[in-house]
Design a protein around this ligand. Structure first.
Ligand SMILES: *Cc1c(COP(=O)(O)O)cnc(C)c1O
Length: 224
């Protein structure tokens, strides 16, 4: 596995997709999702020039954080977080991508020692298996979350439905961006709502074309 080659390829493909979308290069941030790798390999990947690291599970996040916290990285927790684990992890997290209930927001409010940048996770496709708010629920949720000064809602996060074709992916990502605009228009002080966390190894090109500002890329960094 040639990590430098994989990293260069991922960054070049994201750069190309950003260019083709007619967007500025600095408008898209690449997160390296290291869940497939142990802390040693993740450390080697960081040495290729990674600045943003992401994990989907608390135990794995903490393991990588312990080992790599002195490397000047930005830390992203991208997977669902159980309320009882909030206190173990939240103060090490720079961006939390999976805020999927008001109860979880309330627990973060209680445990965070400073405002945490959060993405509201939404599920526009209505797939039962997916976490996240529908559009209607998102409007309700922000009326409560606006009271929480430890939560800064920087934007929306979505996971595309499995096995969706390009047309379906385009629709889901576009609707997510439209919802972001509508929520941003509320102009609540703790909700800048400028960011969109969407796009993974298989669908980041479409996501970037539809306005993604954070792409979460895992497997492409670790192919042989
Ligand atoms: C694993 C994971 C990714 C990365 O997926 P790849 O297809 O490996 O790029 C992105 N987001 C979340 C929430 C994940 O769990």
């Amino acid at each position: 596995m040639d990590l430098q080659k994989n990293k260069d390829q991922v960054f070049a493909e994201v750069e190309k997709a950003t260019f083709l979308a007619g967007r500025p290069q600095e408008s898209v941030t690449i997160l390296a999702v290291t869940k497939y790798a142990d802390a040693d390999i993740a450390g080697k990947l960081v040495e290729t020039g990674i600045k943003h690291i992401a994990e989907n599970r608390v135990d794995k996040f903490l393991d990588k954080y312990q080992r790599l916290k002195d490397r000047n990285l930005t830390w992203h927790l991208i997977g669902s977080l159980q309320r009882r684990k909030v206190k173990d992890v939240i103060n090490f997290v720079d961006y939390f991508h999976a805020l999927d209930s008001v109860k979880l927001a309330s627990e973060i409010q209680k445990r965070a020692e400073h405002p945490i940048k959060c993405f509201l996770q939404v599920n526009i496709s209505g797939e039962e298996s997916k976490h996240g708010f529908t559009a209607e629920e998102a409007f309700e949720a922000i009326e409560q979350i606006r009271e929480f000064d430890k939560i800064e809602l920087v934007g929306l996060m979505t996971m595309a439905p499995l096995h969706a074709d390009d047309e379906k992916l385009t629709t889901v990502f576009r609707k997510t961006n439209e919802l972001r605009h509508q929520l941003q228009a509320k102009e609540y002080p703790n909700m800048p709502m400028t960011e969109l966390s969407m796009g993974m190894s298989g669908d980041f090109k479409i996501a970037i074309n539809e306005g993604a500002t954070f792409v979460r890329i895992g497997s492409s960094f670790f192919i042989d």
